[in-house]
Design a protein around this ligand. Structure first.
Ligand SMILES: Cc1cc2nc3c(=O)[nH]c(=O)nc-3n(C[C@H](O)[C@H](O)[C@H](O)COP(=O)(O)O)c2cc1C
Length: 200
């Protein structure tokens, strides 16, 4: 796609699972790019329903300990070692972005615009997806690797209690990130002709 930085960034973002906590980017810079993403990513009716918590260092490790303990209670013992390997790999990173959607905002819209009531949860879901992509790509541009995880709703209550978060914040996804230890694997692409129609 030529040397347009935006297109390169979209292509360069990948799921990176092998990460460590080497501070190749400062916490301040990560805060800056995440604030920028949250501020500028669109939302339905400009409702700005996204909520984000970024955990660094020991707080990040705590999340993956909570997730490990939660899974240990439900995953059969014979499968747990591969689960544990994954948890340790995420915990080895630099931090985790937690994505939430504030249900108080979504419900407020449903009351205000009854005609679209069924759509607001769907649009909330669309807009968090957009934000996840913007943050994932922004972390990539800064040289960090990240992946997208979904241990909600299993960990929702523990996360809310641990970090004293409002009851209306619904956990949507977790994005562990860090210094890249190993690149992403090969990726298959379906033919674009089957997926896109240009109609002239
Ligand atoms: C909506 C969505 C949900 C995903 N959920 C997970 C997940 O729970 N765990 C995981 O490891 N990867 C998850 N992924 C990552 C995809 O598997 C990955 O993006 C896809 O295989 C393409 O690879 P790439 O990210 O390296 O381009 C998810 C991606 C999307 C867009």
């Amino acid at each position: 796609m030529g040397n347009n930085n935006y297109f390169e960034a979209i292509e360069g973002r990948r799921s990176i699972y092998a990460i460590n906590n080497e501070a190749v980017v400062s916490e301040e810079r990560i805060q800056e790019v995440i604030n920028h993403a949250v501020k500028h990513t669109p939302s339905a009716f400009n409702s700005q329903s996204a909520r984000v918590v970024v955990l660094f260092g020991d707080q990040h490790k705590k999340l993956w300990t909570i997730t490990t303990d939660t899974l240990k209670a439900i995953v059969p013992a014979e499968h747990f070692s591969s689960t544990l390997d994954k948890m340790n790999a995420f915990g080895a990173g630099y931090g985790t972005v937690l994505f939430f959607e504030d249900q108080a905002v979504v419900e407020g819209l449903q009351e205000q615009f009854a005609l679209y009531a069924d759509n607001f949860p769907i649009w909330s879901s669309h807009s968090t997806g957009m934000l996840q992509h913007v943050i994932w790509t922004s972390l990539h541009v800064e040289g960090l690797g990240a992946s997208l995880q979904h241990y909600n709703p299993l960990i929702d209550d523990s996360v809310k209690t641990e970090w004293n978060l409002p009851a209306s914040w619904k956990l949507i996804a977790q994005m562990p990130f860090g210094n890249i230890v190993a690149p992403a694997g090969e990726k298959q692409f379906s033919p674009l002709e089957d997926r896109v129609k240009f109609i002239k």
